[in-house]
Design a binder for this molecule. Sequence first.
Ligand SMILES: [Zn+2]
Length: 344
Amino acid sequence: MTTIYHMAAAADWQAALQSGSYAGTPDDQRDGFLHFSTKLQVAESARKHRAGRTDLVLLTVRAEALGEALKWEPARGGQLFPHLYGPLRAADVARAESLPLGPDGLHEFPWDKPTPGVFPTRLTDGYRSFLDGRFTGEQARYEMLARAGQRPEIMVIGCVDSRVSPEVIFDAAPGELMVVRNVANIVPKYEPEAEGSRSQHGTSAALEFGVQALRVKHIVVLGHALCGGIRAFADDNEPLSPGDFIGKWMAQIAPAAEKLGPQGKKNFDAYLRQLEFASVELSLQNLMTFPCVRILAEKGQLALHGAYFGVATGMLLVRDAVTGKFEPVTGAVPGRMPLRPAGS
Ligand SMILES: [Zn+2]
């Protein structure tokens, strides 16, 4: 589901409600299409084209509802913007809400401030889309999984990063992947008795469940490019909070950094990439410190893998078990089109 936005003059929108159809702003009429923006683009569109206007209504539209008349075309700075060729039916507008100016004189979008007690509309919209689409196709599978229980064969240890969702990257159906995510996809060492580590056993508990109860056959440690956790370790910044939870958690990758050696003259970004790979390697070693993992791996009943997702490129690299090198799982990423910006 892609959500797109248009800022209409309140009077024009009122007229559209009467007639059932909205013809756009004078600029839209001059250009021959209605200008829309994604959520990431709309604040800048407001600053550039609607500054100071107090009569605006923000229209929220599901891009899919507009069909072929909606084209994604390069505009400002080469970004793709949604352009609607033809009028907008009022019935296709999911929401229309006034767009006030904030104290700083800039428009205040509905998502700028959370409303306490109000569940995010992004989630209710997304859930509706799931019910109408994916759930319909997979209802039988859900029912079967509820009856028979889950039996995923693959466990993925991934990062909390919102761009690196294992179920999305591996196109997984419900029940196929057991996923545990933490900051920087780290597997801690097996430390059942270690002092002060009582609060760091979330991943170990998930491993115990995946390996001992679900009997997964594969464990994949999925690293990724541009990892904020790895950067936090390499940067010498102040902790984000007095608890310094990220600092303490990320300190676990110190052995990987030591093995890599100092950054020296290396470009910082290149050093971060190396550390991302080294950290996956360390997590694979740490996996083998868990007796349940080691025993099953040695018996050939459990296989451990390292992988790395390129985010911007969509490229997946997989660690070669013999050479330890990360190699592309396919050749070029097929059919790469200019990326459509996420709608919301
Ligand atoms: Zn990350």
